[in-house]
Write a protein that binds this ligand. Structure first.
Ligand code: HPA
Ligand code: ZN
Length: 350
């Protein structure tokens, strides 16, 4: 009986409708597509089995493979194909309804791929997926922390100039890469320029660095939400401020369990963040590169943390509330998610 309940529960967790706000396009490429694109473009890979390359213990090792995957995505059609497949995986494996998806412009433009090609290809894939699979997606360009500040500022300038190629899908600026040695204040100019250009703002912060980076992102860069944020638990005053201000945190169970060493998800910082009153939601981060998907993230995290259906519903709805959909769209999505979760809950035993 217990086994049967577990199976039903996994099914429920996979099927609850999801909005995801922390997922990197380049980290969603299927291993078979990575291999195919590498062959097509003559990029030599260190292994015949690309899934074997998806194996790392540190963020630095991860970022090196992330760069390798990025180097195989070159033509507009490559971006379109990988974006479509990425959304298809979210829909099939986790009933994904909406995603705000990061991509790293400079990892592509530094190899000579025009930003217009990147934006147009991503928009092609997003629109095809919306038509075929009824999933929506918007784009967030990420500053890459290991870039110099001038390169980040120039990236934002080029992005704003080329924005029309994204056909309305580009809505925000974020920041990723290894955090410890490259604090957020380095990129204040890039963020202020993006804000003046009408982009919404978020940033990876306190993933692997002190909680003061969260304050810098909110107060100096003007970020509206925080990606990861786990070390906030080390500073009760910053936690209280974020709780009282209703800041949303986009948390990623598996990726951080792997590279930051919380192998037992029942002790992942998400648990105390939620218990401490922070508004958290769940995401897959770099799903294929961490051998996961958005459905599995809900399964492993909610089961390890012992969450009931009400908590799961809250996580899903937090994804909608924290999104940058406009008010009407948000209300429609909130209503759709609630109705679908009601129906799913009604089908649960007991
Ligand atoms: N953190 C830092 N850099 C990244 C990540 C992440 O979660 N994913 C892709 N690049
Ligand atoms: Zn991330």
């Amino acid at each position: 009986m217990a086994g049967r309940l577990t199976v039903l529960r996994e099914d429920f967790l996979r099927r609850v409708p999801k909005a995801e706000l922390h997922c990197h396009f380049e980290g969603t490429v299927r291993p078979a597509t990575f291999k195919d694109l590498a062959e097509r473009h003559g990029v030599e890979l260190p292994s015949d089995d690309p899934a074997q390359l998806y194996d790392y213990n540190t963020i630095i090792e991860f970022l090196s493979i992330f760069g390798m995957v990025s180097s195989t995505i070159i033509d507009r059609d490559d971006f379109a194909r990988a974006a479509y497949e990425s959304l298809e995986d979210g829909v099939v494996l986790g009933n994904l309804r909406y995603r705000e998806m990061f991509f790293n412009p400079t990892l592509h433009t530094r190899r000579g791929v025009p930003i217009s090609t990147v934006l147009a290809g991503l928009a092609d894939g997003i629109e095809a997926a919306e038509q075929d699979l009824h999933v929506r997606c918007r784009l967030i360009a990420d500053v890459y922390r290991q870039d110099p500040p001038d390169a980040a500022r120039q990236m934002v300038e080029e992005l704003l100039d080329a924005r029309d190629h994204a056909r309305g899908h580009l809505i925000g600026l974020g920041m990723d890469g290894a955090e410890a040695d490259d604090p957020p204040e380095k990129f204040v100019d890039a963020f202020h320029l993006a804000r003046r250009g009408g982009l919404r703002l978020t940033s990876h912060a306190s993933e692997d660095a002190p909680p003061r980076n969260i304050v810098t992102c909110l107060d100096l860069l003007g970020c509206e939400r925080i990606d990861h944020g786990y070390h906030i638990l080390e500073d009760p005053a910053i936690l209280a401020r974020c709780r009282d201000d209703g800041i949303y945190f986009t948390c990623c169970p598996t990726s951080t369990a792997v590279v930051y060493g919380w192998p037992d998800l029942s002790h992942h910082p998400i648990k105390d963040m939620v218990a401490g009153g922070l508004r958290c939601m769940l995401n897959s981060d770099d799903p294929t590169m961490f051998h996961t998907d958005i459905g599995r993230e809900y399964v492993v995290a909610c089961q390890a943390l012992g969450y009931d259906a009400a908590k799961v519903r809250q996580l899903c709805l937090n994804g909608v509330e924290a999104s940058w959909l406009d008010g009407v769209d948000k209300a429609v999505m909130r209503q759709e998610l609630n109705a679908e979760i009601d129906a799913l809950q009604a089908s649960l035993p007991g």
